[in-house]
Design a binder for this molecule. Structure first.
Ligand code: EPU
Length: 426
């Protein structure tokens, strides 16, 4: 079993280059299905979720070629059957985007019900409602969602909850529909804007992405394009939190400081110095962090995908902090793991009360999901002693080369292969 081992207590110093955004990449890659031409996508993160998404497209008949370390070329012309089977799809939540992309292109989609991180109920009612408003009907048979439409006609779609996934799927399904679609109460995350920009680069007419109302005039065809994905806001935020917690002076390159504002604001409240440049930020942390309260919100609020990482640093801040999760039902599974390291955190309903202690102590812990795993890395960097993290497959789903990136800024971190003690010896 592969684990990450960290000897904590080292200050971080140097430069890290942030990769392309996972949550943009996993929307843009399936969006290529809508194109009639070949697309070259750049600044693609080399992470498991992207590898799986590319593999799903390949299995459906697309030609997916890696051009270099960060660019891929996708020719979707070979996709004849709009069917995405269970074996790969079950690994990732974003495979639900295949529904919108296949429906938009073929007016028919058959996609296994998606997997992904487990933090409570993850409904897709708003995705299905959007498809239905555009004229599609669906059935669920043997774990597959089958969606069909004679034709797709643009309409007004009001999302009952602000949902990234439903906004993406509504965009994908309507971009080639007849007439005009208006998505109201749309998600405003940077990756929504990135998807809109990518669709427009193929000839789509999508306006208003990044606001509550997205307007789409359907077009008949979409052409191939070359497009570069935005930097990963959450990877950057994770490194910022790590520097804040472990102490140090690190510059993050290839970021969009505007996208980091909710994270920057909270870290500054905690006493961290953050200097912003055109496409980099410098994070300096020399003193004990101050307590603060955090409430997760859809963008431009504080991102839920940074909630575990921020709790990991509040665990050693001076004073008591409240962390309220308002997006997901159950995103505090990592708290038990932090407690194993001595953290004083109690959870009631959707709020964690974090009583800052002087120092965490290294311990064996688990990555219970992707961002929980990131929080364990941060906790390990802050802690006295050695921390080993298991189930690192969750971390590798979403962080490119995470061990080497942290090692390059002075962390004592490495991957180890540890035989599962529960495994039988023979
Ligand atoms: N929701 C519904 N009905 C729906 C869809 C969502 O009630 O049809 C609810 C969810 O239960 C949740 C809220 O709406 O309470 C927000 O869910 P959303 O649909 O926005 O989440 P998602 O699209 O499944 C994406 C990211 C997540 C991130 C959330 C929120 C991707 C691939 N995933 O998920 O990222 O937490 O938005 O920002 O973009 C991660 O990267 O670690 C991650 C989990």
């Amino acid at each position: 079993m592969e684990k990450i081992m960290i000897n904590g207590g080292k200050r971080l110093k140097g430069i890290v280059r942030i990769s392309g955004a996972k949550n943009a990449a996993v929307a843009i890659i399936p969006a290529v299905i809508l194109s009639d031409g070949v697309c070259r996508i750049e600044n693609v993160p080399n992470i498991q979720d992207v590898i799986i998404m590319a593999e799903i497209l390949r299995e459906m008949g697309a030609r997916v070629t890696r051009i270099n370390r960060t660019a891929i070329e996708i020719d979707p012309k070979g996709i004849k059957e709009p069917v995405a089977a269970y074996e790969l799809v079950r690994h990732m939540r974003a495979s639900s985007y295949l529904m919108g992309a296949l429906l938009g292109k073929f007016h028919h989609a058959q996609v296994a019900l998606p997997g992904g991180c487990d933090f409570g109920v993850r409904p897709i009612d708003q995705h299905l409602k959007s498809f239905s408003i555009l004229g599609a009907s669906h059935t669920i048979e043997e774990g597959m969602i089958k969606i069909n439409a004679d034709k797709l006609v643009g309409k007004r779609i009001y999302l009952d909850v602000v949902s990234v996934g439903a906004t993406v799927n509504a965009m994908l399904a309507s971009v080639k529909a007849e007439g005009k679609t208006t998505i109201e109460n749309a998600a405003k995350e940077p990756h929504i804007v990135d998807l809109a920009n990518f669709l427009n680069s193929m000839g789509a007419d999508v306006r208003g992405a990044g606001t509550d109302v997205i307007k789409i005039n359907g077009v008949k065809t979409l052409r191939g394009s070359t497009y570069s994905i935005i930097p990963d806001q959450i990877e950057a935020g994770t490194f910022m939190a790590a520097v804040a917690g472990a102490g140090g002076d690190v510059t993050l390159q290839n970021v969009i400081p505007k996208h980091l504002e909710p994270i920057t604001a909270k870290l500054r409240e905690m006493g961290v110095t953050i200097e912003e440049y055109d496409d980099s930020v410098r994070v300096i942390s020399n003193q004990r962090l101050k307590r603060c309260n955090v409430k997760t919100r859809p963008h431009p609020g504080f991102p839920t995908d940074m909630q575990p990482q921020i709790a990991a640093i509040l665990a050693i801040a001076d004073g008591t902090s409240m962390v309220n999760e308002s997006v997901w039902d159950n995103r505090f599974k990592y708290v038990d793991e932090l407690r194993r390291m001595g953290a004083d955190i109690s959870v009631s309903d959707k709020t964690a009360v974090v009583v800052g202690i002087d120092c965490l102590k290294g311990a064996p812990v688990k990555a219970t999901d992707l961002r929980a795993g990131a929080a364990m890395i941060i906790a390990g960097l802050e802690a006295d002693g050695t921390t080993t993290i298991e189930d690192i497959k969750h971390i590798e789903r979403g962080y490119e080369d995470v061990v080497n990136k942290f090692a390059s800024i002075g962390a004592d971190i490495r991957k180890i292969y540890d035989r599962d003690p529960a495994a039988k010896t023979s």
